[in-house]
Design a protein around this ligand. Sequence first.
Ligand code: OAD
Length: 252
Amino acid sequence: MRVLVITGAGISAESGIPTFRGKDGYWRKLDPASLATPEAFARNPGLVWEWYRERRAGIRKAEPNAAHEAIVRLANGARDFLLVTQNVDDLHTRARWNGKQLREDHLVQIHGDIFVTRCSRCDRKEHEDELATASPSSGGQEPERELPRCLDCGALMRPGVVWFGEQLDLANIHKVEDFLARGDCDAVLVIGTTAMFGYIGDWAVRGAGDSGQLFEINPETTPLSDVATECVRERAAVALPGLVERILARSA
Ligand code: OAD
């Protein structure tokens, strides 16, 4: 069985991580869409860094939920599997099923990884733990000199995520395209995303091809609802364990 899973912020909602467009997504009355941009970083890097540091702290405290675990179960039961997540958290990586974790090559973080810090000018990349200059949150807007700077070129370091208006990483696009080129999927699951980016809907529809099942797991309708073969109007952590068993049983 070939399976493509696409996830968004809704899958981590029950782990306590706010979605982008939900009412908890706002931070200090600021819309995430106005903070997650290169322009916001150029204008006020201290503010943007503070937001990311708080989010990192929240994610570190969060635990994967039953939906993340069910996806590991599905990956282990499929012949060919890919998970494309728009989430920058690490809950898919930390989730376990029967002691197993997702294989690294089964996961594409298409919008980057919040625990990576990269240079805003050159190619230098670091994992958060390696940063020598990370300073604790000051509770206000941090002076620019306390922000992490690149050890190679001296420019400001920035979170290793994709911001609005930025290009996706080409290597990640190739991983998804290579997977799609290997043939239609038997099942495509789109979980907890408003699917507002064209490429998300496109990959889901192309993944299912002419004969695959396209499942949408989301309490709300989205632009994909009309083309889904089945819409599960439930929270992911409630719906996923049963749905995954059903998909695996049908393929057995
Ligand atoms: P959104 O915040 O746009 O959407 C979250 C979706 O999850 C909504 O459709 C909710 O109905 C649904 N949802 C909420 N709770 C749920 C639950 N418990 N179970 C299942 N679904 C639930 O988040 P994304 O669609 O992930 O990109 O946003 C996509 C991208 O836009 C993000 O990766 C980010 C953002 O701006 C960039 O920063 C480039």
